[in-house]
Ligand binder design. Sequence first.
Ligand SMILES: [Zn+2]
Length: 281
Amino acid sequence: MPEAPDLVVIREYLLPRLVGDVISSATELKPLVLRNMVGSGAGTELEFKADIADRRVVSLERRGKLLIVGLSGDREIVISPMLTGGLIWCDASARIAPSTVLIFEMKSGMHLRYFDQKKMGQVYYLSTSQRSDIVRLENQGPDVIDEPLSFGDFKLGLKPFRGEVKGVLTRGRLVSGIGNAYADEILHEAKIYPFKKVTRLSVDELASLHRAVYSVPAKAVGVLRERVGDKIHRKVRDFLKVHGKKNEPCPRCGNRITAITANRRETNYCRRCQPGSLFDK
Ligand SMILES: [Zn+2]
């Protein structure tokens, strides 16, 4: 669920609260999400609990769709929420939601909780030197918010790709931080059919795509900053133009928004503003 714009705002909220606080204990409520890369018997909860206790949070970074919590003594927590994961910052006494997977208990009396309805995400616990072992982190392209590419570099970066434009955007190799929702928004803004092959994009389409890739998520950050507040666990998506808007009118032309399920995810687009066909890609 969280894409770069969501995580920018989540990070901004957590930064002054989490950094400086100390983890007194951590509890794994459900298996499969936590990957303990520290120590010999990797994965055992006891080892994880003993190692993480009393470490201070020293930094909080975001890269693409991942958050990296830096801890004292060269440890890190890398959080990859994927489709269904998220974070809650709450008082220790707050009710524990059924989807809660991991709880970091802080000395301040607060909890940082990771929840994940389908347990599709990963939370890695590692030594700083092990960062390069996390393929998902290392294989990411430049960040969509913090590291915009020039048009020249963007075109050059696209060269190795042959697939459909939406798939190239969400894969994260060219640009990182774009998921299903913002890919739909970017392609609507750029007036490009989501299943068009990148090799068939005209120079004008490439220019519109480049502009939209960087303008749409950046604009969303501004909206989310006002809307999310302390509800960092809630996804605010109602302001989007096409994603999740099946059958609603396109804000540009009034045509009904289409939904197509392909590659196990729904794509929303406007047939009039983004003409194309699955048989002519
Ligand atoms: Zn339209």
